[in-house]
Design a protein around this ligand. Structure first.
Ligand code: AMP
Length: 180
């Protein structure tokens, strides 16, 4: 199988080629078409198997298809258990989406929230972050979740192990009912 078979936009295929990816990994082969079709997906794979691109590539494709109606509030929320993982996913979003006019930001606790608030108020399409700070900024009204179409729980098992269930539940409650 090749990446071309997913009918991804040229900007994404160019980036994939530049990174030297020859073919999709097994998790990408299964997850990318399902996500592009708008399905809810629950997937498990070891680290290092291309899991991040498996959700990042189709999300960038879906968001760029509707990015003409540029809103200031984000359309995609990615939750991750640690700041390291959030940063890593954020870098992947930037890297794969390099040729696209999609804005993303990374949000985590333990640092000054002012710069994070500033970026949110400027407007972003994808927010990647850890549950505690995301909930905090939502409660303060800086992060608006009413336009979220796609939500990702990356390493959901680890987030549960770390006791994030309550924060995650509260965040999910604030999302629109109709979402992927
Ligand atoms: P991940 O499991 O998402 O952390 O990805 C692990 C590593 O594999 C990252 O360094 C990616 O850049 C790389 N990678 C992701 N997809 C592919 C692919 N289809 N072919 C080759 N490398 C890939």
């Amino acid at each position: 199988m090749t990446f071309k078979q997913f009918a991804l936009r040229k900007e994404l295929l160019d980036q994939i080629a530049e990174l030297g990816y020859k073919q999709p990994t097994p998790i990408q082969e299964k997850a990318i078409p399902a996500i592009l079709a708008g399905k809810d997906v629950l997937a498990g794979a070891q680290t290092g198997t291309g899991k991040t691109a498996a959700f990042t590539l189709p999300i960038l494709q879906l968001l760029s298809a509707k990015s003409q109606t540029k809103t200031k509030t984000p359309n995609c929320l990615i939750l991750a258990p640690t700041r390291e993982l959030a940063a890593q996913v954020g870098e992947s979003v930037q890297r794969y989406g390099k040729g696209l006019p999609i804005r993303s930001t990374i949000i985590f606790g333990g640092v000054n929230e002012k710069p994070q608030k500033r970026v949110l108020h400027q407007g972003v399409d994808i927010v990647i972050g850890t549950p505690g700070r995301l909930l905090d900024l939502t409660n303060q009204g800086d992060l608006v979740l009413s336009s979220i179409d796609i939500v990702v729980l990356d390493e959901a098992d680890r987030m549960l192990d770390m006791g994030f269930i309550h924060d995650i539940r509260k965040i999910i409650q604030k999302l629109p009912r109709k979402r992927q």
